[in-house]
Design a protein around this ligand. Sequence first.
Ligand SMILES: Cc1cc2nc3c(=O)[nH]c(=O)nc-3n(C[C@H](O)[C@H](O)[C@H](O)COP(=O)(O)OP(=O)(O)OC[C@H]3O[C@@H](n4cnc5c(N)ncnc54)[C@H](O)[C@@H]3O)c2cc1C
Length: 443
Amino acid sequence: MSARACTRSLPTALLIRNTTWASHLPRSAFSLKVGHPTQTSDHTTRATRLHLQKTASSFLSKRNFATAATASAAAATTAALCASVPIQADEARESTSNPTDFSQIAANMAPVPDGATANGQTKHKVVIIGSGPAGHTAAIYLARANLEPVLFEGLLANGLAPGGQLTTTTDVENFPGFPDGIRGPEIMDKFRAQSERFGTKIYTETISKVDLSERPFKFWREGKEAEPAELADTIIMATGASARRMNLKGEDVYWQSGISACAVCDGAVPIFRNKPLAVIGGGDSAAEEATYLTKYGSHVYVLVRRDELRASKIMAKRLVNHPKVTVLFNHVATEAKGDGELLNALAIKNTKTGEEKDLQVNGLFYAIGHDPATNLVKGQVECDADGYIVTKPGTAQTSIKGVFAAGDVQDKKYRQAVTSAGSGCIAALEAERLLAEEEEEAA
Ligand SMILES: Cc1cc2nc3c(=O)[nH]c(=O)nc-3n(C[C@H](O)[C@H](O)[C@H](O)COP(=O)(O)OP(=O)(O)OC[C@H]3O[C@@H](n4cnc5c(N)ncnc54)[C@H](O)[C@@H]3O)c2cc1C
């Protein structure tokens, strides 16, 4: 099968980002638009796959694979994609004398068990599920501690590309160490490279099932549920969360071009400065986001579906009394409008009178909640009423010894890349400590 033919028929083109030649792909190939899990069902996933396949195919058709090394890596990657096994470009290059012998390449790239047990099950000391800042930070610490972490970065898990939520954004300006800012997908490439540099094994697969009833824990990769479980002494849940979206007409056009779901992340960017902005939502986070945006916008409209705010009294009072805020009760948005490049208006409707009009705004911020990716452990690990994994305050420990949680999956308050990375570090240090204590006890 030719590289192009295979790539077209692939379930996803995400694996290709692991390779040298894939670094030449346009960023947009990996920059996906995230959706609410209820929308990210088959429709969004198919759209996302199509987007990736289209981009990858069109790129492949334009390039000639000028150098042997690039061609070799590309061919090997293609074979890996077809065989649906993880691959690293360097390994692929080394293991391939004839770049067109795909069967040999695929065989060479089958996953190597970390430590097979007597009954053929593979056992790992630490398994990290998730590939955002939390997962990769945990991996960096664990790999440097020689604990041979295995990280599952997901295959469009939760509708997100490997690398997580930051792959869906443009500029990240508040992550320390990047004084000029950095593109979201680029910083996640750096996280990934740092994880790999110290020996983390990364698999572009989704974990679909876990059994946490006893240690070692059992887990299964998606599509391999009928096979024997793999085992893990400890698990770090770093599966993240996704911001709810409204599926407004025009939303896809202006997402990240006027529409955002994070005021703290995006409020300061130039397109919003001294411009009228809108926030949708009536709870505490809507009140918080709107108040925060008053620092940057010329005025902030808050659209509330009902005739009252759900926010706490103090937050609501602060909001309605703010001179730069107008709360539009009984209003919903019906369409995001703009010039095709940037948002410049929002069609809104009064739910009581039916009156419709355009609100001139250059920014729209959703504050209608997030969905933590916790389906995998629901009913096994303690979660709060909103579905977030509960951790012991100040730690990454969950209700199950040996299972740790880091990042947005356990944090409904801050939800930032740097706080996720921080909690990934905590999870890694705690997993390391637990394993060391248990090893000592066993000795
Ligand atoms: C549009 C946007 C812009 C943002 N901008 C900023 C910003 O400028 N600055 C900032 O600090 N923060 C920003 N954030 C927030 C930041 O992205 C998050 O706080 C951070 O990414 C959370 O990291 P995480 O490691 O918890 O997980 P996530 O980034 O959510 O990543 C989790 C990953 O795990 C994978 N996964 C889920 N389930 C499984 C499974 N079962 N098996 C395998 N893999 C799985 C997912 O596919 C995903 O790739 C932004 C968020 C969004 C949506």
